[in-house]
Design a protein around this ligand. Structure first.
Ligand SMILES: [Zn+2]
Length: 372
């Protein structure tokens, strides 16, 4: 069976001065149109109680410069407003109402789609052609197979300086043979180390953000003494953005490697269904939950397993993984207290490490679910 897959590849790009100016203007226009459409939606709703779906075209008379930039970038802004609304209505408890995009808060980027090869890699990716902007030098070491279809490009002006284009490819491939789940592992979420597995393994997560924090704070303090908008201020902003990008890269790299290792070693991985937002808001876990990127880790695990015909199984949120004795199944409600790190089963007398026991229960439950 054939399946369709997607792959995003980021190229460093080197626009000349005029091209960089046009890219920046397109980013600005996409942001403006996003904000205008959001405003129209809110206004219309307040006046009439009805929803509406404004298009970029209706602002072009009032803001004629919108005609000068890539119109597909504006169409994608329209899709993004719709997406923000959908996300909000799907889960209003966790997703905030769509917000206006502020220049200094939101990322500087726009997305455009490939139509009749108006986005094109030239000479195996040494050059990239973007609609309206034209041809510029590009750099990326990945070789793209000939049968991959180029779908879209997201052009970003990095806050740390420079430009990138992330190209989304689509390709067809043979679906992997489903693997019969023999080697199953359960993972118990650990805020300080990513996870503990039913095999007793801990992911030794280096807390990248915590490590960088003193330096980031020092640089932030320096920034606060500078004149806003001055040359030094801009330079300092860039330095801070670079440090933040470094933390993000280190974390993503670590999560990729850890997920690859698990996906190679096991046929099936069981995890808890956690509400990451609830967790990071609870005071005790706060920063470390945000730091270790468990949500990103689960997403990576899911697709890395899937590509090998394996699966990630999510155990129900209400499954009492930390209360059950993984040896005899006795339910010990005392363990609801998070400070109990180890306990002895009152029924069968087996000693348990809290996390390994929970991971073992998740593994048992996963086995039950896949055998169903
Ligand atoms: Zn027991």
């Amino acid at each position: 069976m054939q399946v369709t897959r997607h792959c995003a590849v980021t190229y460093r790009i080197y626009p000349d001065k005029a091209q960089a100016g046009l890219i920046d203007r397109t980013i600005g226009c996409a942001r403006l149109v996003y904000n205008l459409m959001l405003e129209t939606r809110i206004d219309t709703y307040n006046r009439t109680g009805k929803s509406c779906n404004p298009t970029p075209a209706q602002y072009k008379d009032e803001y004629p410069f919108l005609r000068e930039v890539d119109s597909l970038a504006l169409c994608n802004a329209q899709l993004n407003v719709a997406k923000a609304y959908n996300n909000f209505f799907r889960d209003p408890k966790h997703v905030g109402f769509p917000k206006y995009k502020a220049k200094h808060r939101s990322a500087w980027r726009y997305t455009t789609n490939n139509n009749n090869r108006n986005i094109r890699l030239i000479e195996g990716g040494r050059y990239l052609k973007l609609p309206k902007v034209g041809v510029m030098r590009a750099r990326q070491h990945k070789t793209i197979p000939d049968d991959w279809k180029l779908k879209s490009a997201t052009v970003e002006h990095l806050k740390s300086g420079g430009y990138t284009a992330t190209i989304l490819f689509e390709y067809e491939t043979q679906a992997p043979e489903p693997v019969r789940p023999v080697h199953i592992v359960g993972l118990d979420y650990a805020s300080h180390g990513l996870y503990v597995s039913s095999d007793g393994e801990q992911a030794d997560y280096p807390r990248f953000y915590r490590q960088m924090e003193p330096r980031l704070m020092r640089e932030q303090r320096r920034l606060s003494h500078m004149v806003k908008g001055s040359g030094n201020w801009v330079k300092q902003k860039r330095r801070i953005a670079k440090l933040a990008a470094k933390v993000r890269n280190q974390r993503a790299d670590f999560l990729h490697k850890t997920a690859n290792r698990l996906a190679a070693r096991y046929d099936c991985v069981g995890v808890e269904d956690l509400d990451m937002k609830d967790m990071s808001q609870s005071l005790a876990l706060g920063k470390s939950t945000m730091d270790n990127g468990y949500g990103m880790f689960r997403t990576m695990l899911a697709y890395k397993l899937e590509r090998q015909g394996k699966q990630l199984v999510t155990v129900d949120r209400f499954y009492p993984s930390s209360q059950l004795c993984s040896d005899c199944g006795y339910r010990n409600k005392d363990t609801k207290n998070l400070y109990i790190r180890e306990w002895t089963c009152p029924d069968c007398g087996v000693w348990h490490d809290r996390d390994v026991n929970a991971a073992t229960n998740i593994m048992h439950e996963t086995r039950r679910l896949v055998q169903e």
